[in-house]
Design a protein around this ligand. Structure first.
Ligand code: COA
Length: 162
C-alpha cells in the first residue's frame, strides 16, 4: 500500500485489488453511463463476468489496484488503476470525484511503482479523443502522444519514458 501527499485535496492510496471484496463497487462504477462513456468509449453496462474478465486480463499481464481516498478515519474506494506493459488504465468510478487531482495522484503512484520495478517505459492506449480530462492527466504526468499515423482511428495512445 502506498500513499503520497500531493496537490490533490485528498490523500490518495492504491491498494491491491481483492475481487471478491471489490466487485460490488466495480459493478456500480461500470454501470454508470458517464463513467463507461469516458472509460470504455461506449455506454453498455458491465456485468460480473465482464468485470471478472477485465480483472483476469489486467492481473495476468500486470497489476491492478483500487484507488482509495481518506475521509476522516476511513479509506473510501473510488476507482481502479492498473499497470501492464501495454497500458495504464485509470477509472474513477464516481463522477463527483472527477477533476480533483485524484487521478493524477493515482497515476504518479503507478509511475513510482513502475520505476521501482525497473520498467523503462509506460504506455496508455484506448483513450477516446473526446476524453480531454484523461489526455491532460497523462500529459501532466509526462506522457507524450504517439505520432498520429501510429494511432488507430480515434483512439489516442501515449508513452512515458522512465
Ligand atoms: C480520467 C480520470 C482518471 C482523470 O482523473 P481526475 O482525478 O478526474 O483528473 P485530475 O483532477 O487529476 O485532472 C487531470 C487533468 O485534467 C484537467 N481537467 C480536470 N477537469 C477537466 C475537464 N472537465 N476538462 C478538461 N480537463 C480537465 C485538470 O486540470 C488536470 O490537468 P492539468 O494537470 O493540466 O491541470 C477521471 O476523470 C476518470 O476516471 N474519468 C472517467 C474514466 C476515464 O476517462 N478513464 C480514463 C480512460 S483512458
Amino acid at each position: 500500500m502506498e500513499k503520497e501527499a500531493t496537490a490533490s485535496r485528498y490523500t490518495v492510496r492504491l491498494r491491491q485489488i481483492r475481487l471478491s471484496r471489490d466487485i460490488h463497487k466495480m459493478l456500480e462504477w461500470y454501470n454508470n453511463k458517464k463513467v463507461l462513456y469516458y472509460s470504455e468509449g461506449h455506454t453498455r453496462p458491465y456485468d460480473e463476468p465482464v468485470i471478472k474478465r477485465m480483472h483476469k486480463y489486467l492481473t495476468s499481464d500486470g497489476k491492478m489496484y483500487i484507488i482509495e481516498i481518506k475521509k476522516g478515519r476511513n479509506w473510501i474506494p473510488v476507482g481502479d488503476a492498473s499497470m501492464t506493459k501495454t497500458s495504464t488504465p485509470i477509472t474513477i468510478g464516481l463522477p463527483r470525484y472527477w477533476g480533483k487531482g485524484i487521478g493524477l495522484d493515482a497515476l504518479k503512484i503507478l509511475i513510482k511503482k513502475a520505476k521501482r520495478s525497473g520498467w523503462k517505459e509506460m504506455k496508455v492506449s484506448g483513450i477516446s479523443d473526446y476524453n480531454k480530462r484523461s489526455i491532460r492527466m497523462y500529459k501532466s504526468a509526462g506522457f507524450k502522444p504517439v505520432s498520429k499515423d501510429k494511432n488507430r482511428g480515434k483512439e489516442i495512445r501515449m508513452i512515458l519514458k522512465l
